[in-house]
Ligand binder design. Sequence first.
Ligand SMILES: [Zn+2]
Length: 646
Amino acid sequence: MIRPGAGRGRGWPLGGAALVLAFVALGLGVRTGGQSAPESTDAQVRYTVSVPEPAHRWMAVELQVDGLGADPLSLRMSSASPGRYARHDFAKNIFMVEARSGAGDPLEAVRTLPTRWDIAGHDGSVVFSYRIFGDRIDGTYLAVDRTHAHLNMPASLIWPAGHETGLIQVRFVPPAGESWRVATQLFPTDDPLTFTAPNVAYLLDSPAEFSGFVDRTFEVSDPSDPTYRPQFRVAVHHGGSEADVDRYADDVERIVREMVAVFGEFPRFETGRYTFIADYLPTAGGDAMEHRNSTVLSAPAALRTQGRQLLGSVSHEFFHVWNVERIRPRSLEPFDFERVNPSGELWLAEGYTNYYGALTLQRAGLAPLSATLGRFSRAIETVRLGPGRQFRSAVEMSRLAPFTDAATSIDPTNWDNLFISYYTWGETLGLGLDLLLRVRSADAAGADAVTLDDYMRLLWRRFGLPGGSTPGAVDRPYTMADARVALAELTDASFADEYFDRYVEGHEVIDYGPLLERAGVAVVSTAPDQAWLGDPALRFERGGAQVTRPTAFGSPLYVAGLDQDDVIVSIDDREVSSAGRWRDTRGRLLPGRSVSLTYARGGAVHTTRVTPAPHPGQRLVAFEELGRTLTPTQLAFRDAWLGSQL
Ligand SMILES: [Zn+2]
């Protein structure tokens, strides 16, 4: 049943008249009262996607646009893809462009921009066809080969400007002799190879795997409404066995069940279904991309031997169902396919998602405690020791995404010193806030601690649950100020201000030691007696050790004036021309004791002094690993945090 605007009209029916009713109810119908309901064939924008020669890695696309006025038709190829924050020029792979009128007469398609073709003089209809090359299997690009066509839509389909809100039809044509099927979040029709999208934004957000994949489906009851049972489809293109897929689908289901407990309910999936599209192939790139009602997961891995390692991205992407896809920063809504959307909120959108990705694997029994603590250790160390923290906050790091998120450039950067991933920094902010909340409220309220789960639920009810006026849209995206106000409501204004001012918009690191102690986890030094020079990147050669990347800002070598391309000849009169000699020399240094350092630069040899620092490394270790016993209070705290919520 459809209850538009009611916030909680559940389960969009699949296909046929009910689907049509949904479009009409939401003002999307191409025809209104008294006329027959729209079929997918009533769409004025229709694509035919075919793969006549898959071995040659191109796909043919025919786009027919009907019902045009007198103006020229302007077609656009995207330069950005939802979930990917950098610019990607997908138009570069288009070739063999041809345009015809509805009557079949040739038309001139003028390439007015690298990403734009304009077509004038049509008869109300334009048929635009092109081929497009694609050879990267991941969540961002197009890949075509003998086994499949793997489509990320912005990298595949050109779209008509001015027709963003009408019904769209997409028909897939397999290679001769192949019985490929389609896994996608597009709306199904009676024809298994024909789909619809209610608007261009939804179309471009709907990846498709077109192949002989193996699939499994399962249903999970909504915790707050058992009559709502969304379906989950796991479609795997791989070289393994059916049993591998069975095991994987079981693990995916465990993640789904554990994660929905955080929010207490599923969103309305517009087609009644959520699809996991997984390509685990030797030729695949490692990637994972969230979409409204689906995700694309890819890795050069095999389910049989590496299945559990692949669950981290499943867990991360499924959390995006709520956080990003529906609890969405205003900076990402609406998504601009022709430019990029800079966002200062990715520490929350991606970082908290990273935290819940790891937390859910732990809660669901899919990762051992040592692995979870090891991961949190590495994240905290990256932020605590990252030189970039001195220069930019987590918010400012988020805004660098267009330059760092799989962006390409040929001039060197100094990200080692100037960038810390908002995924990593945000993960530590999520971990820290969860612990700060638990410790704070456990003091006052004992077992019924307020947690990060409560904060996420508050954001969900306020910004995610209200939904959108059209499928795929988010009518109430949040701002930084909204996120701060919500935290203040859950706690108080001074707590929220301190968290945001010091750790999110400031440069400080949360003091994890006392917080983790409550869960029976210790922070210990990794090399308490070792001297530290700054972990330089080195290439060993006959004359010494060449520094191959910028030295860490503020490290002993940086302070001594050493930087990229310098060749360290000796330290404290000991040569360092091999990895073994470097380790041996470093091992003899004492923190705080200045020694001589000889280096070559531009053909001349210089000598200076360097003062090693105490090794700053730390890691998280469970008390029991250190032979310590947890108190009942620590055990209860740990179980409430890391135990299953089911
Ligand atoms: Zn993500």
